[in-house]
Design a binder for this molecule. Structure first.
Ligand code: CMX
Length: 143
């Protein structure tokens, strides 16, 4: 098993902040594409493609002021929020079990459906050097 970096999540307070970042990254030659609402996470995700890398940037626009990203911005201000790693289908559950057995703290007892038709869980920053790490696998066999 080897996880690949899928995206870097960046917490942004509102659409104005997102538009500002899109403008900045456009000046670096990076264009924004897909936008996806993820109400269960209290955000709208705006994706920016990185042409020479497999991963992308994900601007997390707060849509729920009581959500986890809103809380993060309140405490720490906007900025890099999480790293997300993609696994192959069938790898997430065994990895979660292994991580728990090794003493790592996961945010969900059971993986949940997330954006991009993925099954997701998170390694808590308290057991990951202060970094929130998302681990995910495709929900369907297509991924
Ligand atoms: N990166 C680094 N540290 C973070 C963090 C983050 N993203 N989020 C919280 N923390 C810090 C807190 O600031 C706090 O630090 P201090 O103890 O120094 O104050 C510490 O972690 C513990 O915080 P907590 O009170 O236990 O937990 P929170 O209520 O802040 O929630 C977490 C933290 C990880 C459990 C919660 O953010 C969570 O469930 N995250 C998973 C879901 C998520 O982040 N979704 C976002 C969108 C996903 C997507 O669609 O891509």
């Amino acid at each position: 098993m080897a996880a690949t970096l899928n995206h870097i999540g960046i917490a942004v307070a509102d659409l104005t902040g997102v538009e500002g970042l899109k403008k900045l990254f456009a000046l670096l030659g990076l264009s924004s594409g897909h936008v996806e609402s993820v109400p269960e996470q209290g955000v709208r995700a705006h994706f920016v493609t990185l042409p020479k890398a497999e991963g992308h940037l994900e601007f997390l626009e707060v849509t729920d002021p009581a959500g986890t990203v809103a809380k993060f911005i309140e405490k720490r201000g906007p900025g890099i929020h999480h790293l997300s790693f993609l696994l192959k289908k069938g790898e997430l559950q065994p990895l979660c079990q292994r991580l728990r057995a090794e003493g790592y703290r996961l945010t969900y007892d059971q993986p949940r459906a997330g954006a991009h038709e993925m099954l997701i869980n998170f390694i808590h920053p308290a057991s990951a050097g202060g970094i929130l790490i998302e681990i995910m696998e495709p929900l369907s066999d297509k991924g």
